[in-house]
Design a protein around this ligand. Structure first.
Ligand SMILES: *[C@@H]1O[C@H](CO)[C@@H](O)[C@H](O)[C@H]1NC(C)=O
Ligand SMILES: *[C@@H]1O[C@H](CO)[C@@H](O)[C@H](O)[C@H]1NC(C)=O
Length: 386
């Protein structure tokens, strides 16, 4: 009984050993026009000869070649071609692979003890074709759908990337990753997209595809001074966020001026130039428009500029300061003069000191005077603004 079990076990062990005879393709993923070596492995007995067959039937019409190990000789079979060759200890090399080389191969291996058929299935991979991105619409408008398709063959995996940044989470990939769909594209989705295709034998990427979402203008803005003195000029600049960049139209009191640029100006403006200045911006592709308007008030009244100091104001204050300094200087000289005339003692110190302090509190050296000018100017400016 025990002997039987042992022999069964031994048989199993032998079977397992024999079962590990196999043939490995090298490389693991051969490609069209490449080559492959079908290499027997796990054989620990000396191989006398190997007969290779295309297919599973080990019949002469399917015979590729016979390799006799001892002499390293090859005997050509019925389906032999120059693309086949054999190597020790019985490997079959196929060069210049064709798709028709795919399928099963059988190696009939002869050792001193036994003969065994070992099979292998050969898969020949085709490199991926260079991917190309196509779009459902060449010029997507904001909030409309867009589908990008990666056109490629023989890919096992397809990946999508966007240059410089990630693809928005609103975009959905199809199950096979061939399409990327934006159900409602936004201006932020504009950018350069690329798809990559890969299989075990190759990898390639598409050229970048530029998605330029058409949008805007949502609103228009006019910049420029609205209070203009007769004789000076009206200078207005209109802007709007839009792709492609907007076209401009300027109207004054609802009459088209014919101007077509972002800037509009009137040199040497007169009182009659007062009125409502309107800028109409238009997206040249979507034809969507937006409007902004300002009322230009021609006024003879002095209106302080919004930024910076007016030269007139600074001059005015400089004159006032000069006058104040002259007055203080005169008072100082007068006092000294009077003191001399009264013939007071020169050792009498308490008198000159309060005089000096007085001057300091008023407008003495340069720095405090400058600060005083700024302060007073701002006060006046605030009054004017109000
Ligand atoms: C616009 O209309 C106002 C008043 O309706 C008028 O005073 C002004 O001269 C007009 N401006 C132009 C440039 O026609
Ligand atoms: C122009 O501006 C002056 C000063 O602010 C104002 O008194 C006048 O009403 C304005 N004119 C118009 C037509 O808005």
């Amino acid at each position: 009984m025990r002997a039987l079990i042992i022999s069964v076990l031994l048989g199993l062990v032998v079977d397992v050993t024999r079962g590990s005879w196999s043939i490995q393709p090298i490389p693991q993923y051969p490609s069209v026009r490449g080559s492959v070596t079908l290499s027997p492995t796990g054989i620990n007995e000396n191989i006398v000869s190997v007969t290779w067959f295309k297919g599973t039937d080990t019949i002469p019409p399917n015979q590729i070649l016979v390799y006799i190990t001892a002499q390293s000789t090859t005997i050509q079979g019925n389906v032999y071609s120059s693309r086949f060759s054999a190597f020790s200890p019985g490997s079959l090399q196929i060069t210049d692979l064709l798709l028709t080389d795919q399928g099963e191969y059988t190696a009939k291996m002869q050792t001193k003890e036994t003969t065994k058929d070992v099979r292998v299935t050969l898969t020949v991979h085709e490199p991926v074709t260079k991917p190309k991105i196509t779009a459902s619409t060449p010029q997507p408008k904001e909030n409309e759908p867009l589908t990008l398709t990666c056109v490629t063959s023989h890919a096992v995996t397809i990946t999508w990337t966007r240059r410089g940044t990630s693809i928005s989470s609103g975009a959905k990939l199809s199950e096979d990753h061939k399409t990327l769909t934006f159900s409602s594209i936004t201006r932020g989705d504009s950018g350069e997209y690329q798809c990559g295709a890969q299989n075990p034998v190759s990898k390639d990427f598409s050229e970048p595809y530029a998605v330029s979402v058409l949008y805007g203008p949502d609103e228009a803005r006019i910049e420029g001074e609205v209070f203009v003195r007769p004789g000076s000029s009206i200078t207005l600049t209109c802007s709007a966020d839009s792709f492609p960049p907007p076209e401009f139209q300027w109207k004054v009191n609802d009459t088209d001026t014919g101007a077509k640029t972002s800037k509009y100006g009137v040199n040497n403006a007169e009182t009659e130039d007062q009125g409502l200045y309107t800028c109409v911006v238009r997206n040249p592709v979507t034809l969507r428009t937006a409007t902004a308007a300002v009322y230009i008030n021609m006024t003879a009244e002095f209106i302080p500029p919004r930024n910076g100091y007016s030269l007139g104001l600074i001059l005015g204050f400089a004159i006032i300061l000069a006058v104040v300094l002259i007055i203080i200087g005169s008072v100082f000289i007068c006092r000294k003069f009077m003191r001399k005339r009264l013939n007071e003692s020169p050792d009498n110190e308490p008198d000159p000191v309060p005089v000096y302090e007085n001057v300091k509190a008023g407008q003495p050296s340069e720095d405090p005077a400058y600060m005083g000018l700024q302060f007073r100017y701002e006060e006046t400016y605030t009054e004017l603004k109000v």
